[in-house]
Unconditional design. Structure first.
Length: 171
């Protein structure tokens, strides 16, 4: 009997603070925000504008194009880097536009999740299709430059999230 209780005590001590088991007493309550509280929350935590993210991706693609040309001296490397950036930006812009309808307030959460998954699939298929079409469009793409342009462009939204303004002092 003591062995079971000591194992239970050890497992309980490994749980993070504030963890409540599914079989807990359930004294956690949901408190809805008033319109004024919700408005203050939105001011304190503003959304990152989609246009800013896309512009940052386009700017990154342009910088990668210029750097590819300067570092290699080959226009084909610059065009390949630019095409790689386009293969990242174009599907992202299309998916963001498509998802915006599904993320409207009041939309059923299950349908919003289905829409998100649908547009993520469209984005992936379009990006892969653009990569497969690169040899036909660019004739002889510089694959390292193309993939660097793609990778840097699709990862640029993280910089946008890090640099987004957060008004911490607002109450």
């Amino acid at each position: 009997m003591t062995r079971i209780s000591s194992q239970a005590a050890r497992s309980a001590s490994r749980q993070p603070p504030g963890y409540q088991d599914a079989a807990g007493d359930g004294d956690e309550t949901f408190i809805a925000l008033s319109a004024e509280q919700a408005s203050r929350w939105r001011v304190r935590y503003p959304q990152l504008p989609l246009a800013r993210v896309l512009l940052m991706q386009v700017a990154t693609g342009a910088v990668v194009m210029v750097l590819a040309w300067l570092l290699t001296g080959q226009p084909q490397a610059a065009w390949s880097a630019g095409y790689g950036a386009l293969a990242g930006v174009l599907p992202a812009a299309l998916a963001a536009k498509g998802m915006s309808r599904w993320a409207a307030p009041g939309f059923p959460p299950g349908a919003a999740l289905a829409g998100f998954l649908l547009w993520e699939a469209v984005k992936l298929i379009l990006a892969v299709g653009m990569l497969m079409a690169a040899p036909k469009i660019l004739e002889a793409p510089n694959w390292p430059a193309l993939l660097i342009g793609l990778a840097l462009t699709i990862k640029m939204y993280w910089v946008g999230l890090v640099l987004r303004p957060v008004n911490v002092g607002t109450k």
